[in-house]
Every structure is written in C-alpha cells, then in structure tokens.
Ligand binder design. Structure first.
Ligand code: PMT
Length: 397
C-alpha cells in the first residue's frame, strides 16, 4: 500500500449505512502513516459510535460545532489538515456542501478547509443518478473537490447498481495516489496557456470562442501542487487562480508574446488555450454602425504560438499541445502533433458529451510522437490535468 506518511487527514463521516466502513478506513489511514482526526454529523452517530472512532484514531471525535463545554474550532481544524475526506458522503451532505450550507461540524470544517477535499459518495442507485445530486457533485468538482468513484453492486436497499461507497482500501489508494504525485515536478518550470483569445473588431466587439480556461487552470494548479514553478498565460475569461502567477492577455498576439517570453527559461510549455487562428485585418476605432444588410470582415492569420515554440525548443525542452476536433479526430490531432513538433498532443473532441469547452469534465486521448495512443474515460478536468501531468512525468525529462 502506498504511503500517507505524516499526512494530517480529517475524516468526515455523514449519515449513511456505509458509515460502518469508517472504522476500517480510520485504521487503514493510520496504518499507511496518516494522523487522523474524525468529525461526524449527528446523523452518522446512529450508524457508528464516536467512541469506536475516537478509540481507533486516538483523538476526541467532534460531532457538533458547539460542544458541551466549548466551541469546537472548525477553522483551526480546517487549517490543520493536509486533506479532508468526506466518507461516506450522503446526498444530503453533498447538497449542503455544494451550496454552502453550514449546519453541521462537517460543513463548517469543509467551508474552512484550505486543503484538498475528497468525497466518497454513498447512496442508492436512483439517488446517485438523480440530476439534483449530479448537479451538486458537478458544483463540488467545479470548486476543485475530488470525487472518489462510487462502486457498483448490491446496495443496502437490495437494488443493484451504482452508488456504493468505494471500499476503504480504494479510498486510501486514491488519497495515496494524489499525494504520491507530490513534488514529482519539482525543479521544473512550466508555462501554460489557457482560455480563449478575443480579437477586436471595434471597441465593443470581438472574434472569440467559448473556452473558459478551466482545463488550463486545472493543469496549472495541479502542476503547482506537484512542485513545478508555473506561469499561466490566461486569455480573457472570468475564471482565475491565485495559486500561480497569472499573466493576463487578450489577443493571440499578446498571448504569443507573453508565452514566448516565458518559454526561454522554461522546461515545458503546455498549450491548452483556444487561440483564434485569424483576427480582423482592420480594427475600427469607433463602434461600427448598422448601415447595410451585410458586413464584410477581412481576417488575417494570427501567429501560431505552438508552432513557433516547436521551432524554438532546444535540448530537453518539451511542448505539449491540445487538439480540439469535431471530425477525423485522430488523424487531425496527429497531423498537428507533427506539424507543431509537440512531444505529445491531448485530443479532445466536441463530439463527446461532457468534453471540450466550458464543461467541468473532459474526455481525452493522448497521442505520442512514437504513434502511441492512450484514451481516458470522461473525468473531472482536475483529474484529466493529473493524467496529462503523469504523461509528462513519464517522458522523464
Ligand atoms: O478552456 P476550457 O473551457 O476548459 O476548454 C478546454 C479546451 C477545449 C479549450 C482545451 O481542452 C483545448 O482543446 N485547447 C486547444 C483548443 C485549440 O485551439 O485547439 P487547435 O486544435 O485549434 O490548436 C492546436 C494547438 O495549437 C493547441 O495546443 C493550441 O493551443 C495551439 N495553438 C493554436 C493556434 C495558435 N494560433 N496558437 C496556438 O498555440
């Protein structure tokens, strides 16, 4: 089993029959080196006794924000932890956490936590599939939380399907994998492009696209956590991050200049931005008036950042591209890989539901220079980012 040595983990238990597994989970977390503090919703104490968990964790278990003789400091707990895992996470607790409600110690610590938060959902198959639950999960993923995949099988109700909480061994392995990736990009300098570009037509209009920047920001944050020194060149979007230095740009030309400037002393460039290939040849300095039935816009080619980096890269410098396709996906992506001299390319297709622009999820295939190909299932962009960085680490630069 991989190690969680010296990791400080808050185990938050909410009210599901799967709470009985929390005893095993506590033991396994401690066995793999973690220091564990347990918090519980009042509902969960009907499924497993706090005494069991305080005995196993060797620490007092908190079940209320305000205890009998004191105020239990949820802020301190939130700051103390290296990770918080909500297991089991019920439909009710998922709903509360997703919407910022705060009527239990679990919710109070969640809102105070600065560490990564993991949720291991547990519920019946129809509850699991319900759009209300899935929407709440999407909100939690969008807020940067990680979901431990549910299992399939016989459920407490007797129904068979998805919704079973992952086994304690799987939860510990999920956490250990997260921390094992720790620092494997230490000493690496990475420049990442993300978001759209806006090419002005006049003072109020532009040519743009629907990129949100989520994919590139997820990669930047994951690379930062894995020890890299990251610079993010970000096109115009409402998304942002305060984990890494962000260089905000508007047009393809500005993104080109900023990225080239940083690449000089970088080891890696990851080009996740959706850069406009063309821009209006003439930009009107006054708002264009609605005079005729048609309006002709002449467009000229923008510089290609990726292609330029491909010709400039020296020694062990690596460039990783994206390909956003709608047809002949692999063939087109492979063509871009070769033309832009990428070390590998991440293909995402607009034909796949939940992939590409603006979603919190993506479905990718990584194509290598050597003709290799690895396809991944639909996942939250935070996890897709880890897969891309795993592929980068595998290049052994
Ligand atoms: O931002 P999100 O909403 O999260 O969406 C993510 C995404 C769909 C934008 C992202 O996953 C993605 O696919 N980004 C690349 C989109 C794209 O423009 O692909 P392309 O096939 O047109 O370009 C190929 C590669 O060349 C890309 O790495 C692109 O960044 C790069 N490029 C393209 C044109 C240009 N002038 N300069 C470039 O660097």
């Amino acid at each position: 089993m991989r190690s969680l040595k010296e990791k400080r983990i808050i185990l938050a238990i909410t009210g599901s029959i799967a709470a009985y597994k929390a005893a095993f989970l506590t033991r396994l977390l401690i066995k793999s080196g973690a220091e564990v503090r347990v918090i519980m919703t009042p509902g969960s104490t009907r499924f497993i006794a706090p005494l069991t968990l305080s005995t196993l964790s060797k620490h007092k278990v908190f079940t209320e924000v305000i205890g009998e003789e004191s105020w239990n400091n949820h802020v301190e707990m939130g700051l103390w932890a290296d990770a918080m895992i909500v297991a089991p996470a019920t439909a009710n607790s998922i709903g509360k956490l997703a919407n910022g409600l705060c009527d239990t110690i679990v919710a109070a610590v969640y809102l105070s936590a600065r560490c990564p938060v993991f949720l291991a959902p547990a519920m019946d198959v129809d509850m699991w599939k319900h759009p209300a639950v899935q929407n709440n999960l999407s909100k939690l993923v969008a807020a940067g939380n990680r979901i431990v995949p549910v299992g399939r099988g016989e459920l407490a109700s007797g129904l068979v399907g998805e919704g079973r909480m992952a086994e304690p061994e799987e939860i510990v392995a999920f956490l250990a994998k997260f921390f094992a990736a720790d620092q494997d990009l230490r000493n690496k300098k990475i420049v990442i492009t993300a978001g759209p570009t806006h090419e002005p037509i006049d003072p109020v209009r532009f040519v743009g696209n629907r990129s949100s920047g989520k994919m590139g920001i997820a990669i930047a944050e994951a690379a930062h956590r894995r020890g890299a020194e990251v610079k993010l060149v970000l096109g115009p979007t409402s998304m942002d991050t305060d984990l890494v230095p962000v260089f905000k740009v508007r047009t393809a030309q500005e993104m080109f200049e900023e990225t080239i400037r940083h690449f000089v002393d970088c080891d890696v460039a990851i080009l996740a931005a959706a850069v406009a290939d063309y821009r209006p040849e003439h930009v009107s300095n006054q708002k264009i008036k609605k005079k005729s039935n048609t309006l002709r816009l002449d467009l000229i080619k923008n510089p290609d950042i990726a292609a330029e980096l491909g010709t400039r890269k020296k020694g062990e410098q690596v460039t990783i591209g994206f390909a956003l396709e709608t047809n002949d996906e692999e063939e087109n992506a492979f063509g871009k890989l070769q033309k832009k001299n990428f070390d590998f390319i991440v293909l995402n297709s607009l034909k796949e539901e939940g992939a590409g622009f603006a979603h919190d999820t993506n479905k990718i295939t990584i194509l290598g220079k050597d003709g290799s190909k690895k396809s991944y299932p639909l996942k939250p962009k935070t996890e897709v980012a880890e897969d891309i960085l795993d592929a980068l680490v595998a290049l052994q630069i």
